[in-house]
Design a protein around this ligand. Structure first.
Ligand code: PGA
Length: 251
């Protein structure tokens, strides 16, 4: 049985002070949840404050991006070494907003994912098709491209530790969620690809999150699908009530 994992991707929202308020509420309201992994991914500027609040709780810390070198002349970048020292256990890699606005490619996603793994942290590797690609029946082609090139050179042992987030770009921040059937179809296709790339056992260990307009009222039906192992939540992770309900509804 794969353990469900719900991660909040706060994107460029919340000052350090606002982040502490939210996470203090989460800590209190989610303290009895034991069977779901809970992760918050605040902006870099809030990580040091948030980690103080969640220390010793069932909430884990993630970052939204990283660079693949450990240190050096890379103005504006942040390395896995720095994030690990702060207490991050997860790092989101290749989010569609990074692919769309900041020039991320499968190649950079691959370098980042490998760097994250080399520091014994868990990459949440985001993949997913855009609307026009779905309309042109290219969904599977895009997923194959993202998986094969994003995971290039990652060994089977390492692969068991990664998390894939399937996020159809047309569902992100639009209020348009994939139906549970659409999501399951994509997740099962992705698991099939992982089986081809590695083996059956590995493909059955890797957790695949769904992301894109996940809300308290659609989490349960999504999580009821056999290949959905959690969610990467954007907008609805910014409010205490809705994130609590999503975590509770994911069980
Ligand atoms: P959303 O974002 O939940 O606001 O659609 C999801 C994501 O981008 O990870």
């Amino acid at each position: 049985m794969r353990r469900k994992i719900i991660a909040g991707n706060w994107k460029m929202n919340k000052t350090a002070k606002e982040a502490v308020d939210l996470v203090a509420g989460l800590k209190n309201q989610l303290k009895n949840i034991q069977d779901v992994d809970i992760v918050v991914c605040p902006p870099f500027t809030a990580l040091t404050e948030v980690v103080k609040v969640i220390q010793g709780t069932n909430i884990q810390l993630g970052a939204q991006n990283t660079y693949w070198e450990d240190a050096g002349a890379f103005t504006g970048e942040v390395s896995c070494v720095m994030l690990k020292e702060l207490g991050c256990a997860y790092i989101i890699v290749g989010h569609s907003e990074r692919r769309q606005y900041f020039g991320e490619t499968n190649e950079t996603v691959n370098k980042k994912a490998k760097a994250v793994l080399s520091h014994k942290l868990t990459p949440i590797i985001c993949i997913g098709e855009r609307l026009e690609e779905r309309e042109q029946n290219k969904t599977f082609e895009v997923l194959k491209d993202h998986i094969e090139n994003g995971l290039k050179g990652i060994t089977g042992e390492e692969a068991k530790k990664i998390i894939i987030a399937y996020e159809p770009v047309w569902a992100i921040g639009t209020g348009k969620t994939a139906t549970p059937q659409q999501a399951q179809e994509a997740h099962s296709f992705i698991r099939g690809l992982l089986k081809e790339l590695y083996d059956k056992e590995t493909s059955e260990v890797i957790r695949i999150q769904y992301g894109g307009s996940v809300k308290p009222d659609n989490i349960s039906e999504l999580m009821a699908q056999p290949d959905l192992d959690g969610a990467l939540v954007g907008g609805a992770s910014l409010k205490l009530d809705s994130f609590v309900k999503i975590v509770e509804g994911s069980k």
